[in-house]
Design a protein around this ligand. Structure first.
Ligand code: FMN
Ligand code: SF4
Length: 480
């Protein structure tokens, strides 16, 4: 494993400027872009990016499944607060794995007053993921987080920085606070994040490394690339973020995962998908004028698209879908095989669902049998909120901070002041995406959580790839 970076490697808070890659493997949650995929991409000349979304739960579920390859324990063994790592192992590691049908033990859902457990496990989870992705090479590794999921952001960033993450990439929101947070952590100082609270005053959370008995030494300051869908937002972030940004991912509406909503009033096509128009096209000359490197994402997974991107002044491309179905990705092998077989037959479709995600952002859904994309599977699932990553904070009548999600049981959502009209069609992405990665919860009555796959609109292009292809094949083809 490579050495952890320290103050002697880098001067205080100076952003680490990695050699610019032509191909960035998109961060894909939950655990689709896991350490195995990211490491393989790095070994073959791309920027491998791990997902930090839900990484505390991923860590605990891997341990409860027995950590068969021993990788998680290997990484935990070098965590700089050994007592914290040991306590996690004692509580969650199950050498024999779980009994068939046994539910995973899970953390209490964090709140504004009680988040210590979630933060500890997020620190450990992000550290493990980046440590493993960095093994055996010296190339930078990236971390992807969703801006909207604010409660776990600070420990995910700090845990990844302790492991020497080289780049942080964040979209799904406006990550204005993040550069300053990276600067503070790099300098060994505590950092704070303002959490949005609907209907009232926001909430400020602070992570002080000393509270976790972690060394306050300076660390490498990772490069920060926000994901943007417009040059205007890129300009705002370049000028007015809390610290410097080093580049941008410019993501179009064909990309997998969450998409930025269309600009202007929402109109839907005859299938019920948001309609994007000229106003949603990014002005590439304006991007170039910002003077920072940028990568184009969304349907860019071909050598021709890479050439076009370079010709347009981009540093390269970010690719998701092709890597999501490569053999090293964290997607469950049976789901991957099913999608690849159906892609060969041309029988799969991708629907840009304006309702599925509790965040309110459009979310791309693969219409795969057996998943929540099918009305009967969705209708048969009993609503339960037990992971809580997508809850929004709101001010209660008494001025406290409450948490609610439109995919939780409708009565509970209404009792928290949520509108019943916001609940139809919402999908529990926390549980579904855990299921996609092989960590499905077993709920009351022995019911196993179904999955819900996302992919870019370019899923059909998978028909050109032989099932079992690897990330190295993708990079070889893209690099031409
Ligand atoms: C399965 C899957 C999961 C994704 N999850 C995330 C995510 O958690 N965060 C994020 O910023 N982007 C996510 N994305 C978007 C990718 O990082 C990337 O930008 C996008 O896939 C590029 O477009 P393409 O799919 O057409 O290659 C996801 C994409 C896929 C296919
Ligand atoms: S209802 Fe589901 S999607 Fe919403 S926060 Fe709870 S666990 Fe996550």
């Amino acid at each position: 494993m490579t050495d952890q970076p320290t103050a002697t490697d880098q001067p205080e808070t100076r952003p680490h400027v990695p050699e610019l890659p032509r191909v960035i493997q998109g961060g894909m949650g939950i655990a689709v872009s896991d350490w195995r995929l990211a490491r393989t991409v790095c070994l073959h000349g791309g920027l491998g990016v791990v997902s930090g979304t839900g990484i505390d739960t991923v860590l605990l579920r891997r341990l409860q499944d027995g950590d068969p390859g021993g990788e998680v324990r290997r990484a935990l063994a070098v965590f700089p607060n050994p007592a914290l790592a040991q306590a996690c192992l004692e509580r969650y590691f199950r050498p024999e794995g779980r009994a068939p049908g046994e539910a995973y033990a899970r953390l209490p859902m964090p709140t504004a007053e009680r988040y210590r457990d979630a933060w500890e496990m997020t620190l450990l989870g992000a550290f493990v993921e980046v440590t493993l992705a960095r093994e055996g090479h010296d190339r930078p590794v990236g971390l992807n987080l969703l801006t909207k999921l604010q409660l776990h952001t600070l420990p995910a960033l700090y845990g990844a920085m302790l492991a020497g993450v080289g780049t942080v990439i964040m979209g799904a929101g406006i990550p204005r606070d993040i550069p300053g947070i990276l600067d503070s952590f790099a300098a060994g100082r505590p950092a704070s994040l303002r959490v949005d609270v609907r209907g009232g005053e926001g909430l400020t959370l602070t992570l002080d490394p000393a509270d976790f008995d972690l060394r306050p030494d300076p660390l490498v300051r990772p490069a920060f690339y926000p994901i943007v869908s417009s040059h205007v937002l890129a300009g705002v972030l370049a000028r007015k973020a809390s610290g410097p940004v080093q580049g941008f991912i410019v993501e179009g509406p064909t990309a997998g995962g969450h998409n930025a909503p269309p600009r202007g009033p929402l109109t839907l096509d005859d299938r019920g998908q948001p309609v994007y128009g000229e106003r949603d096209e990014v002005d590439l000359p304006a991007m170039r004028a910002l003077g920072l490197p940028f990568w184009l994402a969304g349907g860019c997974g071909t050598p021709g698209a890479l050439r076009d991107a370079l010709a347009a002044g981009a540093a390269g491309i970010q690719v998701g879908t092709l890597f999501a179905f490569a053999q090293e990705s964290g997607l469950r092998a049976d789901l991957k095989a099913d999608v690849l077989t159906r892609a060969q037959a041309g029988s799969l479709d991708v629907f840009t669902d304006p309702l599925a995600s509790p965040t309110g952002f459009p979310f791309k859904v693969v219409t795969l049998p057996g998943t929540l994309s099918q009305p009967e599977v969705y209708a048969a699932r009993e609503r339960v909120c037990d992971l809580g990553y997508l809850r929004e904070a709101y001010r209660t009548d008494s001025g406290r901070v409450g948490w609610r999600c439109p995919a939780e049981p409708v009565a509970a959502y209404e009792s928290k002041g949520g509108a019943a009209a916001d609940t139809p069609g919402r999908k529990c992405l926390c549980n579904a995406l855990m299921a996609d990665a092989g960590y499905a919860q077993v709920q009351r009555g022995g019911r196993t959580e179904p999955g819900l796959l996302t992919s870019g609109d370019g899923l059909g292009a998978l028909r050109d790839w032989t099932p079992g292809y690897g990330a190295a094949d993708v990079l070889r083809v893209l690099h031409g």
